[in-house]
Ligand binder design. Structure first.
Ligand code: ZN
Length: 68
């Protein structure tokens, strides 16, 4: 599938680890959510794409509700 941003097919899959932070000062003590996704990077424009797994997705939704 070509890059959604520039249409290039020069893309590559990588494995990544990512700590997702809730933004804002009010969330300074909220734990980060770790995800270990497979990331597809466009080697022409730098656009990266990944999906958050379901369990971590629930954590993100819950964490935001707790902070609100
Ligand atoms: Zn691109």
């Amino acid at each position: 599938m070509p890059c959604k941003s520039c249409g290039s097919v020069n893309q590559r899959k990588f494995s990544a680890e990512m700590a997702i932070h809730f933004p804002g000062l009010k969330n300074i003590d909220t734990s980060v959510v770790w995800v270990f996704p497979e990331v597809v990077v466009c080697l022409d424009c730098g656009t990266a794409e990944f999906a958050v797994p379901e369990a971590e997705l629930r954590q993100l939704a819950k964490g935001d509700a707790a902070a609100a």
